[in-house]
Design a protein around this ligand. Structure first.
Ligand code: UN1
Length: 495
């Protein structure tokens, strides 16, 4: 059994008051995987002080040198990919190919951000005056508080830690209480790669005792959060009151439009993968299928058939297609939503029950669940369930389908299956989401592109790479005017 510790100033330590909490296997709740520090504001304070003390030297380290450490961390992630994948499958429940994908996303991100060390471009532009130049450079912000969810327990910490580090910031990570061991193993590899003590710190525990004190700490300069909208909205207020740059990514209700000319096999496999992959626990999960009436019956029959073939089981079992949901709380929440859907008058055409067969008896397994006759105004069509539940809505036209797709408080990801180039072009233009997929499911964003969405999905700069991506959160601009004319020149006033 594993005893997880916090990482503060390069040392692995227990919570100051010695408290711990249990981590259980969601595929078999009888199995205790280990204990993690149940930290408090005192631990947060120690970690933030360590990050503050480490900041000046780290910020002064040339970015390509910071990148060399990230390259080494990426190499270590490659070497330990299987071990980390097994940890993800055990602690969070996702099936092994997806658990390895979670680690791979972190590998990709770490290599990508390592390379950014030689590409932290600024701009030079002509000055309006002679013998004067103007340039902008990216500079770090300081100490970051990073709060990450359980659904991508390796990838999302990498999305936040690696751009923060390459830009010269130091960080304190508070991982979800469901997945502290994944976070500890991940951070340990960065430490092993040669980070100076205090550059990355880890404090495990719960939101009220760790997350909020971290976001509010006067020595934390900025905060990045991924998780539920309710928590994100609260942290946004706390950060704003303290004048801290803040970024949040808080989920979706992502639609797939299936037009009557779609490649049916492709659309069905995309809907199954987007809806039930990771047991629906992705912020990019496809939870609304908006299907043209011309193909509706055939699509639905194939969808149900595909759902029936998915095998539920422990993520470590190679035969499993779908693992459990992560915790007792999620289990109850998803079952409650299924009940809400029934009461709202949607038709349950497949699943809808907890699954307790064989080795699944003691885990948080829920059958892949499909509702039809779903009206756009129903709660199951509007609220993020974060479980293996999809709603099927019928449409008669592309314009109506796009209206339905955009009729959501969220706007992370959206997809269309069609073979009509004009329909694809219209969807690409009119779907109001941060990520739009043509003939591909709503999941599977790549690290070199900005990740995030519109409306309640997010606030602040996007994550991951590319122009307009994470570096806009983890750096601030400094503009330098250099006048080498040797005389007083007046901008705007010179003739
Ligand atoms: C998330 O669900 O929080 O696009 C992130 C995807 C993954 C990342 C999902 N690359 O589905």
């Amino acid at each position: 059994m594993e005893q997880i510790q916090n990482l503060i100033n390069g040392r692995w330590v227990a919570a100051a008051d010695g408290k711990t909490f249990e981590i259980r296997n969601p595929a078999d709740r009888r199995e205790i995987l280990g204990h993690a520090p149940d930290s408090s504001a005192a631990d947060v304070d120690a970690a933030v002080r360590a990050a503050r003390a480490a900041y000046p030297a780290w910020a002064a380290t040339p970015a390509p040198k910071r990148g060399e450490i990230l390259y080494r961390a990426a190499e270590l992630l490659v070497r330990h990919k299987t071990r980390l994948g097994i940890q993800v499958a055990r602690e969070m429940g996702k099936v092994m190919p997806e658990a390895l994908g979670d680690v791979q996303e972190a590998i990709d991100m770490t290599y990508y951000m390592a390379g950014e060390g030689r590409r932290l471009f600024g701009e030079t532009v002509p000055s309006e005056l002679p013998n004067k130049d103007a340039k902008s450079i990216r500079v770090p912000i300081g100490v970051f508080g990073l709060i990450t969810p359980w659904n991508f327990p390796i990838a999302i910490p990498s999305w936040k830690i690696t751009p923060a580090l390459i830009a010269g910031n130091t960080v304190v990570l508070k991982p979800a209480e469901e997945t502290p061991a994944c976070a500890a193993q991940f951070v340990a590899l960065f430490q092993e790669a040669g980070l100076p003590p205090g550059v990355v710190n880890l404090v495990c525990g719960f939101g009220a005792q760790v997350g909020e004190p971290l976001a509010c700490h006067p020595e934390v300069d900025a905060v990045s959060f991924t998780g539920s909208h309710a928590v994100g909205a609260r942290l946004a207020v706390l950060a704003a009151e303290r004048h801290k740059p803040f970024m949040m990514e808080t989920g979706g209700k992502n639609p797939i439009i299936v037009m009557d000319d779609a490649n049916l096999d492709l659309a069905v496999s995309g809907a199954l993968w987007g809806g039930f992959g990771t047991s629906g626990q992705r912020c990019t999960a496809a939870s609304r299928l908006i299907v043209h009436e011309g193909i509706y019956d055939r699509f639905l029959a194939r969808l149900i058939d595909g759902a029936r073939r998915l095998k539920l089981g422990n993520g470590l079992d190679p035969a499993s297609d779908v693992g459990p949901v992560v915790s007792a709380e999620q289990y109850q929440k998803v079952l409650d939503y299924i009940e809400i859907g029934r009461r709202e008058g949607a038709t349950l055409v497949y699943g809808g029950e907890a699954y307790r067969e064989g080795t699944c008896a003691e885990g948080y397994f829920i059958q892949p669940t499909i509702f039809t006759d779903v009206q756009p105004s129903m709660r199951i069509a509007q609220e993020e369930i974060f479980g293996p539940v999809v709603c099927v809505l019928k449409t008669g036209s592309l314009s109506e389908a796009i209206r339905m797709a955009n009729d959501s408080a969220f706007g992370l990801s959206a997809a269309i299956y069609t073979q009509n180039v004009n329909a694809a072009a219209i969807a690409e233009r009119d779907l109001d989401a941060g990520l739009v997929y043509i003939n591909a499911s709503t999941i599977g964003a790549e690290v070199q592109m900005p990740f995030g969405g519109t409306r309640l999905t997010g606030l602040g700069p996007r994550e991951a790479g590319g122009r307009g991506g994470a570096l806009d959160l983890y750096t601030k601009w400094k503009v330098i005017y250099r006048d080498f004319s040797g005389k007083l020149q007046k901008a705007q006033i010179a003739s």
